[in-house]
Write a protein that binds this ligand. Structure first.
Ligand SMILES: Cc1cc2nc3c(=O)[nH]c(=O)nc-3n(C[C@H](O)[C@H](O)[C@H](O)COP(=O)(O)OP(=O)(O)OC[C@H]3O[C@@H](n4cnc5c(N)ncnc54)[C@H](O)[C@@H]3O)c2cc1C
Length: 460
């Protein structure tokens, strides 16, 4: 099409948009990306990467404590938040620059501005000209949502601001029960804050396996995090130099910082989508088919803006599949089943496949294998903690359809277990695999006892 400036215009330079742009360019397309904030998007700038760096920081304190049982005398350790944030920012800036280099090498042009659609082929840059594109990819991600307005909501921060606090808060109140809330509770507590986690539902981590939810809650509480469920924040008042948080239960909690991690909404507003006929689904994401195509044939959408599975590797896979489909002559649908996921809480969760409740709902027969035990390291450190391992098995096909781990290294274990689950491995394949000793994950290939109920076991 001679009247087009580019073959592909990508709105959003995050995980999905950058991968799609690079692969489309490698397929020979002339590509431009608009990014209104910083290249790399949520994952790199204010999501997975900075969060994991803070998680690492938060775990040293426990390591120092544990060292004593192994004969170490660790002098009084002190922590400096300003150093951590400065070092984290330096690494994020390096990664952001690397994204720019990658795109430049692929001959993708980047414009650092906001973009919106005027029609299916015309893009308006906020501080620049209009452009014509043969295809448009919406990869605008999502943003924190604060829920219903309450008095004092302007005093509340989200995860975005938590990464840039100038002072370390001694008392933090976090509202939310999802993975971001739970992870930040662990981060602040590990670094020395008194943390209160407020969640309106009956238990945190909705959607995860019930044994996992209960186990993590008990462990978090044992590690000093106050978890209050069945209530929510009603107001955030100012009280001489700090905040006083009023709860729906009538209680009041003083805090130096109040953070809400109450979900995220897809960034679909003010980019012209509705006006040009791009349908928005009931879950507020852009409606797409299995090839990430929207209701307007030359417009596609990938990543969090589609609100399918909001994880970086999923956005990357969707962006890659889009580029292969449209510019590589290889129609590729993304398989969204058995996506492994982690919660970098204290203790950590790694999981893939069905929860016990999902399996019982979907399968004719479900077999459960689980083990809870004190990790070897805790025998000398004296730390009061236990590991949970659980396999959910389809009782008829004998396939392992779910694997759930809570404890040190859980995320790393889940990534590898996901290969077996994805391949359709049976419980007998796990059993036939010789254990790697001494590890925690050897439990996954040595579990023989079947459980019938959700009941939490006592640690052996
Ligand atoms: C605190 C936190 C922790 C997380 N931890 C993990 C984790 O451990 N593991 C994991 O897999 N996932 C994690 N995620 C989720 C992960 O970050 C997202 O799933 C992923 O970044 C989605 O990629 P995306 O390309 O869809 O969107 P994004 O990465 O959000 O990129 C969208 C980009 O579009 C830009 N943009 C928006 N509108 C416009 C416009 N009109 N014009 C120009 N640019 C625009 C934005 O500035 C942004 O850079 C975390 C998220 C958060 C918030």
């Amino acid at each position: 099409m001679a009247d087009n400036d580019v073959d592909l215009f990508v709105i959003g330079g995050g995980s999905g948009g950058v991968r799609a742009a690079r692969i489309a360019a490698e397929h020979g397309a002339n590509v431009m990306v608009a990014e209104e904030y910083r290249l790399g998007g949520t994952c790199v700038i204010r999501g997975c990467i900075p969060k994991k760096l803070l998680v690492y920081a938060s775990r040293f304190h426990a390591e120092f404590e544990d060292a004593a049982g192994f004969g170490w005398t660790v002098p009084h350790a002190s922590f400096d938040w300003t150093t951590l944030i400065a070092n984290k920012d330096r690494e994020i800036a390096r990664l952001e620059a690397a994204y720019g280099v990658t795109l430049a090498k692929a001959s993708v042009k980047v414009v650092k501005t906001r973009a919106a659609l005027l029609d299916a082929h015309t893009i308006q840059l906020a501080d620049g000209p209009r452009l014509r594109a043969r295809y448009v990819l919406i990869a605008t991600g999502g943003a924190p949502s604060y829920g219903d307005p309450i008095p004092g909501i302007e005093r509340v921060i989200s995860s975005n601001e938590a990464f840039h606090l100038t002072d370390f808060p001694r008392r933090v109140l976090i509202q939310g029960g999802g993975y971001i809330a739970v992870e930040f509770a662990g981060i602040f507590a590990g670094l020395g804050s008194h943390v209160t986690l407020i969640y309106r539902g009956e238990n945190i981590l909705r959607g995860f396996d019930d044994d996992v939810r209960q186990h993590v809650r008990v462990e978090m509480e044992a590690h000093g995090i106050r978890v209050l469920t069945g209530c929510k924040v009603a107001a955030v008042d100012v009280a001489s130099g700090h905040f006083m948080v009023r709860l729906s239960s009538g209680n009041q909690v003083p805090a130096d910082r109040v953070m809400f991690a109450t979900g995220r909404v897809p960034n679909t507003a003010k980019i012209g989508l509705k006006e040009i006929g791009v349908e928005i689904a009931a879950n507020r994401g852009v409606a797409v088919d299995e090839y990430s195509r929207t209701t307007v044939p030359n417009i596609y959408a990938v990543g969090d803006v589609t609100n399918r599975i909001n994880l970086t590797p999923v956005a990357i896979r969707e962006g890659h599949a889009f580029a292969d489909t449209v510019f590589g002559g290889r129609p590729t649908a993304v398989d969204h089943t058995n996506v492994p996921t982690a919660v970098f809480s204290d203790p950590e969760i790694g999981t893939v496949g069905l929860t016990e409740a999902q399996a019982r709902e979907r399968l004719a027969r479900t077999d459960i294998y689980k083990a809870m035990f004190k990790p070897l390291k805790a025998t000398l450190s004296g730390r009061d903690t236990s590991v949970l391992m659980k396999l959910v098995v389809d009782g008829l096909s004998e396939r392992v359809v779910g694997c759930h781990v809570v404890g040190e290294g859980a995320a790393e274990i889940a990534q590898i277990a996901a290969i077996a689950v994805k391949m359709g491995a049976k419980k007998a394949d796990f059993d036939a695999t010789i254990a790697l000793h001494p590890t925690a994950s050897e439990e996954l290939v040595t579990m023989r006892k079947r459980f019938a109920s959700f009941a939490r076991m006592a640690a052996e």
